[in-house]
Design a protein around this ligand. Structure first.
Ligand code: FAD
Length: 526
């Protein structure tokens, strides 16, 4: 009864807000009443994201789906209704610029529905289903990667390609790419998917793969939520390692650093024993080793005296590498790591090594999150900027940005690592530079209201603009990862030669522009 009242309220709000006529029976007939919520807590949660940059964008209602059919019914209603309200899937809301939000419609809360207030009926999304023989797992689109890992580990298996942080949803990362230090070897997460169930912008439920509805399959991967809502993904698995040898080494010379990174990723075709499983790196332009939220690794056992390393131009570079192994063969791991390290040219006294369980390695950023939360430093604005920089211009980027624009204050980690383009599927919607090797440069900064100008949101936002302007003027053809643009022309430029197909498929699968309007690529048609 209570849910019926809630639904009626939600419908009235839809009608009043949109100011157009909608027959309430239209939504009542959907049979989704147990999942639609206008509970202020739900609406508020769906109106914010990790970036905290856009201000609250409250949706008209929030849906807690228990199945693909629930999602399909809602989207079908939006598609068929007279005024066409929007529908945005929201995973864990870890976007920066409101990409999972919508003000004129319903947010489908894909993650966390298991205990959500809309679950009064007791219906829940399906749990992960592991297929040990076939080495894949079927997961609900809102499943968090941490939960995917926990399920597959019960069978001694794990996904191959990761993000640095696991409290992100499968649908959310597959809508972008999903990258981390394994991408040079296994490709991004979008390269490690066999099959998807997707609800299109017409409310149709399609299964797609390389063989079936392949255009839809490739479009959805990296498709920024524009073509459909992923309700199930079939993800490729490998035998799970037990432990990880995790190593950091420092460089003061940028070209030596990038030469070593590029050498390590060029080993991707070598047997597992002759390459690292993970290659990343980061830039240290200030006292970052101590203040950086990725740096707990260096202390307290490995105190670093930066001044003793005499950085060239005040900037240091940290190569971060890891090798997975099974406890039964620890002696081989020592030799394998040693022979790989011998080929690198880091500062000799700067090797920091630790050894930990595989799960702890994958879940490392969550530990930093808990620390920051306890200090009130997690729920702050995050003016993040993620760029793919072509290998041929990374040295220019170093000179202009790391040693130039940034000054000596960073306000957060700056990641830098290369990837092999041939590990990406050019048919996906994801956009990367036009070179065989390109770098991710991730400026993951937090804005603080502590009176220091260089920590302020305005300062950091201006600096991001300055970086983009610098690239533009220097002719460095970067591509934004987790892109954020506000004009049509910027989106056309971003997609480049993929735009035509992107547009055509949008018209085919979401002709009323109902889905993921928070990306600001297409304007919903009424
Ligand atoms: P949301 O923010 O909820 O949604 C993102 C977009 O995807 C929206 O447009 C939404 O409508 C759409 N969407 C969500 N679910 C679905 C679905 N089921 N079907 C279709 N569309 C959907 N990225 C990396 O690649 N590597 C990293 O190492 C990494 N680390 C991160 C660490 C932190 C702390 C944070 C905050 C982000 C990180 N990211 C990383 C970025 C992250 O992958 C993206 O922001 C991702 O979109 C977040 O997932 P989410 O579930 O929170 O998505």
């Amino acid at each position: 009864m209570a849910t019926k009242l809630l639904l009626t309220f939600a419908i009235c709000r839809l009608i009043v807000t949109v100011g157009l006529t909608l027959d309430p029976t239209e939504l009542l007939l959907l049979g989704v009443d147990a999942q639609l919520s206008v509970d202020p807590t739900d609406v508020k949660a769906a109106s914010l994201d990790f970036g905290l940059l856009t201000g609250a964008q409250p949706p008209l209602a929030v849906m807690h789906p228990a199945s693909s059919q629930d999602v399909a019914k809602l989207v079908k209603a939006a598609y068929g209704s007279n005024f066409g309200f929007t529908v945005s899937a929201r995973g864990h809301g870890h976007s920066i610029n409101g990409q999972a939000q919508t003000t004129n419609g319903v947010v489908v809360q894909m993650s966390g529905s298991k205990g959500g207030s809309g679950m009064a009926s007791g219906r829940k999304p399906p749990h992960p289903r592991v297929w040990p023989q076939e080495r894949f797992v079927d997961v609900w689109g809102g499943e968090l990667w941490i939960d995917v890992l926990r399920s597959t580990l019960q069978h001694g298996l794990a996904p191959k390609s990761w993000t640095d942080y696991l409290y992100l949803s499968v649908g959310g990362t597959l809508s972008n790419a999903g990258i981390s230090g394994q991408a040079f070897n296994h490709g991004p997460q979008i390269r490690n998917v066999h099959e998807l169930d997707v609800v299109t912008g017409k409310g149709e439920l399609l299964t797609c793969s390389e063989e079936q509805n392949s255009e839809m399959f490739h479009a959805v991967l990296g498709g920024l939520g524009q073509f459909g809502i992923i309700t199930r993904a079939r993800i490729s698995l490998e035998p799970a390692p037990q432990r990880v040898r995790w190593i950091r080494v420092l460089y003061s010379n940028f070209s030596t650093f990038t030469r070593d990174q590029e050498y390590l990723i060029s080993l991707h075709e070598q047997p597992a024993s002759q390459k690292f499983d993970y290659v990343e790196g980061f830039v240290i332009v200030d006292e970052g080793l101590i203040n950086n939220w990725r740096s707990s690794f260096f202390s307290p056992h490995n105190p670093v005296k930066i001044s003793s390393l005499e950085p060239n131009g005040g900037v240091l570079y940290c190569l971060e590498i890891a090798k997975n192994y099974h406890e039964s063969i620890p002696s081989t791991i020592d030799q394998e790591v040693e022979s790989l390290l011998k080929k690198l040219n880091f500062i000799p006294a700067s090797v920091f090594t630790t050894d930990l369980p595989y799960v702890d390695f994958l879940d490392r950023v969550h530990k930093a999150e808990l620390k920051l939360r306890s200090k009130g430093l997690w729920e702050v604005p995050h003016p993040w900027l993620n760029l793919f920089v072509p290998k041929s211009r990374i040295a220019d980027f170093d000179k202009g940005v790391f040693k130039g624009i940034l000054g000596n204050k960073t306000s957060g980690p700056i990641l830098i690592y290369p990837m092999n383009k041939n590990k990406w599927d050019h048919r996906s919607s994801a956009v990367t530079p036009d070179e065989d090797v390109f770098y991710l440069v991730a400026l993951l900064r937090s804005a603080l209201d502590n009176g220091e100008e260089t920590h302020s949101l305005e300062y950091l936002t201006n600096q991001n603009r300055q970086i983009l302007r610098f690239c533009d003027e220097a002719g460095i053809t970067v591509k934004q990862y987790l892109p954020h643009y506000t004009t049509h022309q910027e989106w056309v430029d971003h997609f480049g030669n993929k735009w035509e197909r992107f547009y055509r498929l949008k018209m085919e699968f979401d002709p009323r522009h109902i889905l993921a309007s928070g990306q600001q690529i297409f304007t919903p048609t009424n």
